[in-house]
Ligand binder design. Structure first.
Ligand SMILES: Nc1ncnc2c1ncn2[C@@H]1O[C@H](COP(=O)(O)OP(=O)(O)O)[C@@H](O)[C@H]1O
Ligand SMILES: [Mg+2]
Length: 387
């Protein structure tokens, strides 16, 4: 078969076919003998190099088109990869060199060289090559675009992290401000409570005494006495209202008996309102726990808000407060059996937000567990406060 082919290759028709094949190829193709001289080249190859095929035939291809590196530094023939490859009977593929044109300009080329064998012996090489200027430009543009993209990503990342930092600072400042406002508000409430107690309380007591004095003096006149009794009742009512307002402004029991008694009082006061049953379970080891003024007020205000919410929104029949020590953590839990709610991922309403902020301000955390139809449980945890 091969013998036949070999035979055929001398045939004129077959040679014609081979020539057509070479001429039809889009890439440059040339052959060289062992000394590097051109034995054939197709038109596409010659044209790429700026010659006619006849001008190239017989020329040493290394010196003609491959003599120098891209920076014009000479490439000695013993460094030429085409030369080395066919000396060793190997093929090679290269795409980081240039080929030189007749006009003295180089173009980036991709070439492959394959040895031509005659039986055992290598007698030359066939080289295919292509002008890859376009591809190199595209690659360079891609690399530039990639670098630009990376630069912009870096720039954007830096901007984002700076913005993040500013946001964190702003939110820290807001948190500190909120804690400060709470302290100021409590001080203000205490101040107002003192004023009301001292001024209004004293005036009401004095008025009661005066009215009683009048009542005794005018005991004969039933009509006047009835009016004095009515005034005394109004005074009594006003005293009751003052006490309630004072208690709300500054729970005296918190000052006198401490947090746990104050919480029990709070639940007792709420018990029975609107048919609501309230219970508090506070074990003795928790009752011994002292937390300091600020934390006690914060916990009391959280409990107040929870109970207000239960009365206002839950439609519950019972509400329970439990306190317990979990290791060194203090856990206070208030649950109701009301209609529950969809807990917001980040609270925005002021009641829930205030509870979270108060908990955070005293180093604790607040969790709300609820779902529509399943009641609501609010848990306040204060880490490492139990001795
Ligand atoms: N125990 C509860 N049961 C059912 N819904 C509740 C309960 N507590 C709070 N909510 C819901 O959460 C919302 C936000 O509460 P809050 O921040 O205290 O605002 P406000 O009480 O002023 O409406 C309430 O409007 C209510 O819908
Ligand atoms: Mg509320």
């Amino acid at each position: 078969m091969f013998a036949d082919l070999h035979h055929l290759s001398h045939h004129a028709a077959w040679r014609r076919q081979l020539e057509m094949l070479l001429e039809s190829a889009g890439e440059g193709i040339y052959g060289i003998d062992l000394r590097g001289r051109c034995i054939f080249i197709n038109s596409a190859g010659a044209e790429m190099l700026g010659y006619t095929p006849d001008e190239v035939l017989g020329r040493n291809m290394h010196y003609l088109i491959h003599h120098s590196h891209p920076d014009s530094a000479l490439m000695p023939v013993h460094d030429c990869r085409i030369f080395k490859a066919f000396k060793e009977g190997r093929s090679c593929r290269v795409e980081d060199e240039v080929l030189w044109r007749r006009d003295g300009h180089a173009f980036p080329a991709e070439y492959a060289s394959y040895p031509i064998r005659d039986g055992e012996h290598v007698v030359g090489a066939v080289v295919t090559f292509n002008d890859i200027t376009e591809r190199k430009h595209t690659e360079a543009a891609l690399r530039a675009a990639h670098c630009e993209l990376e630069r912009r990503v870096e720039e954007r990342t830096a901007e984002l992290s700076a913005a993040n930092g500013r946001l964190r600072q702003a939110s820290d400042a807001l948190r500190r401000l909120s804690a400060h406002m709470n302290t100021v508000r409590e001080e203000e409430r205490a101040h107002i409570a003192r004023d009301i107690h001292d001024d209004l309380g004293a005036s009401l007591t004095a008025m009661q005494l005066e009215l009683n004095w009048l009542r005794q003096r005018l005991s004969g006149d039933d009509k006047v006495c009835a009016h004095i009794d009515a005034a005394l009742d109004i005074g009594q009512g006003a005293m009751g209202a003052v006490r309630r307002i004072l208690n709300d402004l500054r729970p005296g029991v918190l000052d006198h008996l401490g947090l746990w008694a104050a919480l029990e009082c709070l639940l007792q006061e709420t018990d029975g309102r609107g048919g609501l049953r309230c219970t508090a379970t506070i074990p003795a080891d928790v009752e011994r726990c002292r937390l300091g003024r600020e934390a006690e007020i914060a916990i009391y205000r959280v409990a107040q808000e929870v109970l207000t919410n239960v009365q206002r929104h839950a439609g519950a029949r019972r509400v329970r407060l439990f306190a317990c020590a979990d290791g060194q953590d203090l856990v206070i839990r208030i649950d109701d059996d009301g209609r529950g709610m969809q807990v917001p991922a980040a609270p925005v309403s002021f009641g829930l937000l205030g509870m979270h902020e108060r908990a955070r301000a005293i180093g604790g955390r607040l969790e709300i567990d609820s779902a529509p139809g399943f009641g609501t449980t609010v848990t306040l945890t204060l880490p490492e406060v139990v001795a």
